[in-house]
Design a binder for this molecule. Structure first.
Ligand code: NAG
Ligand code: NAG
Ligand code: NAG
Length: 458
């Protein structure tokens, strides 16, 4: 008899859970199709249970899978921002994330008197859900006394909801959010500089418009800056899948960072840094001697995740820009031909393709070329490489082995001589006006090149 009662209790309990499950399943499969109205009509009590149990779509950084029926629509929406907008729109703006920090990081204690920061976020036609999830993650996961303000710099977006709707929305947030509009499309660097110029905090933090900060992301960064105000710090950057919005913890062997163009890249952690930290992975990775205007540290204690395709490209760490925060300007090198007055331009082409030449536009970007101390001609992590007499001039990964990537610049004659072939970099031929050529050195004006630092200000 008693056994029977037990059985009834067990059955009743399981039945209740089955019902709850069915309800949740129905709700979520329904909601993939639903609009705001339906979501709002869901019982508030149930919503509370869902969020408390962290079972809403994407909670705890989980993947959101779109049912088969909606795949076509999903693909259409994907094209708008090049990520799964449907999945992103299903996820709460304040979704929870797992705490993937090393145990040693969770218990570190930081000084009370840290400097406060302005967080600058540039966007251009960003999706509502990703942009605001970025803002919410900053506000919800930073101690408010360290957060001076959030500055959103709109790089001439066209979407209506990013205008007045956004302005009204951010007025109700717990931290002051300022919106600055660029008059015309100006690019990431100018927009970030504008944000920097308007900032009031003691430290400026730049974030992408589609990232999510995790718990404890800010304090370690500010603590390092407090120790030495010349330090530039960067957190470990994990990946948010562009397909499912799953939070994927990265390895601390590679790290995401910004090249001097302030574009995001993946870099391997150098072996000497692994050695220096003697196995304590909670210590920051240092880049002390990089063109020493900035001291850059990578923070393993601090995590920020960025929406991106999870295929990583790695390159060497390098920087050849100089940022001057006082004048809000950035300097970068370019290489200009004296005869045609045009500049070397990588045309946005990839490794293994020909380098181009184009009218100098003074905006950096694809025309950033530096002649390095290793005597390479370098654009980002690619070097100009010539393997045959008379060219072509190809962009290949820099190997630092001299060989086909060794160029001798003669500062008097202004020539760039390729040492192996003993030929000089020359203007384009009649056949192709868009690529420089290799010719026997003749001292003509078309073989003269000016290496210049350009300054880009706001
Ligand atoms: C998100 O915000 C809602 C409404 O304020 C709240 O009920 C919910 O608990 C929050 N979720 C998290 C993960 O903090
Ligand atoms: C940031 O710190 C400065 C200097 O201590 C202070 O004047 C300013 O009020 C702080 N801002 C915020 C928002 O706490
Ligand atoms: C550009 O500026 C940097 C930093 O001030 C300097 O080291 C470098 O020599 C300059 N290059 C040229 C070509 O003037």
């Amino acid at each position: 008899m008693r056994r029977f009662v037990y059985c009834k209790v067990v059955l009743a309990t399981s039945l209740m859970w089955v019902l709850v499950d069915v309800f949740l399943l129905l709700y979520f499969s329904e909601c993939n199709k639903c609009d705001d109205k339906k979501e709002r009509s869901l019982l508030p009590a149930l919503r509370a249970v869902i969020s408390r149990n962290q079972e809403g779509p994407g909670e705890m950084g989980k993947a959101v899978l779109i049912p088969k029926d909606d795949q076509e629509k999903m693909k259409e929406l994907f094209k708008i921002n090049q990520f799964n907008l449907m999945a992103s729109d299903l996820i709460a703006l304040n979704r929870s994330l797992p705490d993937v920090r090393l145990e040693g990081c969770k218990t570190k204690v930081y000084p009370d008197e840290l400097p406060n920061t302005s967080v600058v976020i540039v966007f251009h036609n960003e999706a509502w859900s990703t942009l605001l999830r970025t803002v919410y993650s900053v506000i919800n996961r930073s101690p408010h006394y360290l957060l001076s303000e959030v500055i959103l710099v709109d790089d001439a977006s066209e979407r209506d909801f990013l205008k007045l709707t956004l302005e009204n929305y951010v007025k109700n947030l717990e931290v002051p959010v300022k919106i600055i509009r660029m008059e015309e499309r100006s690019g990431l660097i100018r927009a970030r500089l504008r944000g920097a110029a308007a900032s009031k905090g003691q430290v400026i933090t730049f974030l992408d418009a589609h990232c999510e900060c995790t718990l404890g992301w800010l304090e370690p960064l500010l603590a390092r800056i407090k120790e030495d105000r010349k330090t530039v710090v960067c957190p470990i950057i994990d990946v948010i899948s562009d397909d499912t919005f799953e939070y994927m913890a990265g390895s601390d062997m590679t790290y995401g960072g910004f090249n001097w163009k302030l574009n995001f890249r993946w870099y391997p952690v150098p072996q000497r840094e692994m050695d220096r930290r003697k196995g304590d992975r909670t210590l920051p990775v240092r880049f002390g001697n990089v063109e020493a205007h900035w001291r850059l540290q990578l923070h393993t204690l601090s995590l920020v995740a960025l929406v991106m395709s999870s295929t990583r490209t790695t390159g060497d760490w390098q920087k050849f820009g100089w940022m001057n925060l006082k004048t809000s300007s950035i300097s970068y090198p370019q290489i200009r031909n004296v005869e045609t007055n045009q500049c070397l331009d990588n045309m946005g082409r990839k490794e293994n393709e020909k380098v181009g030449i184009f009218n100098c536009h003074g905006m950096g970007g694809n025309q950033v070329f530096s002649y390095t101390a290793d005597k390479e001609i370098r654009t980002d992590d690619l070097c100009l490489d010539v393997s045959r007499l008379n060219g072509p001039v190809i962009m290949l990964k820099c190997h630092h082995m001299r060989g086909n990537q060794l160029w001798e610049y003669d500062a008097e004659r202004l020539t760039l001589r390729h040492v192996n072939s003993n030929q000089c970099l020359d203007e384009p031929s009649e056949e192709d006006k868009m690529v420089p050529t290799m010719q026997d050195c003749s001292g003509s004006r078309s073989q003269q090149w000016l290496l210049r630092n350009m300054t880009l200000g706001v």
